[in-house]
Design a protein around this ligand. Structure first.
Ligand code: 13P
Length: 254
């Protein structure tokens, strides 16, 4: 983590917690992260957003969603627009998570459209990229991360990069308990930064927050965020436990 960048620790709750459980967990977290020196975000299921925004009121916790549709409105049963999220008090949104790419037909094109829709309404998009184990073993990690990053940012203006966070999440490290080593995380994040530099120039690429995600927890967070290119984390399982999440926030606050 370099001083010229904002460290952001974001929880991704995935399909966990009811609205009542949301209120309870955020109330438990609030005092534990109150003195954070990094940005603290919780990305929650759509149905939990109202409870989360209410519980996080008057705290340093910002609320995010886990997906956004790319159209402003229309006949898209079951979808949620960026405008709806903003009005509900959401400030961040996860876009292109590998679980959505894997199970819900998300493509590099739709990731790009969702990213554009999100930032147009003033949301910060947390755009996820990452290679599978097979792609890594074939030696495609750099090519793939750069391709996914550039595709996701197609038509994103340079002056809008401050509304973009990229999360490097190796698919093989998600929910598996297998964390990338700190060097692998730094290298992956470095490839993402290089891709941004190739399109927008080195100077602005240095300012973009690039998170690591994949089995990041209270024990390994210190080592990961100490790396130059790791500007925080996108946390799954460990963000469902107040104590563990707060330890990760503290690691990024140093
Ligand atoms: P885990 O931290 O549970 O591995 O999940 C990471 C992730 O997918 C965050 O988006």
């Amino acid at each position: 983590m370099k001083d010229c960048r904002k460290a952001v620790i974001a929880g991704n709750w995935k399909m966990n917690k009811t609205p009542a459980e949301t209120t309870a967990l955020i109330n438990e977290m609030k005092p534990l992260v109150a003195d954070a020196k990094c940005d603290v975000v919780l990305c929650v299921p759509f149905i939990d957003i109202a409870a989360a925004v209410e519980a996080a009121k008057d705290s340093n916790i910002k609320i995010g969603a886990e997906n956004v549709h790319f159209k402003e409105s229309g006949a898209f049963t079951g979808e949620i627009s960026a405008k709806m999220l903003v009005e509900a008090g959401v400030e961040y949104v996860v876009v292109g998570h590998s679980e959505r790419r894997q199970y819900f037909g998300e493509t590099d094109q739709t990731v790009n459209l969702r990213t554009l829709a999100a930032i147009k309404e003033g949301l910060t998009a947390i755009v996820c990229v990452g290679e599978t184990l097979e792609q890594r073993e074939l030696g495609y990690t750099e090519t793939l991360l750069k391709y996914q990053t550039k595709m996701a940012l197609t038509n994103v203006a340079k002056e809008d990069l401050d509304k973009i966070i990229i999360a490097y999440e190796p698919v093989w490290a998600i929910g598996t308990g297998v964390t990338a080593t700190a060097d692998q995380a730094d290298e992956g994040n470095g490839f993402v930064r290089e891709a941004i530099a190739e399109v927008y120039g080195k100077e602005v690429a240095e300012t973009v927050t690039i998170q690591y995600g994949g089995s990041m927890n209270a024990k390994n967070a210190d080592e990961l965020v100490a790396k130059e290119n790791v500007d925080g984390g996108l946390i799954g399982g460990a963000s469902l436990k107040a104590e563990d999440f707060s330890i990760i926030v503290k690691a990024a606050s140093k």
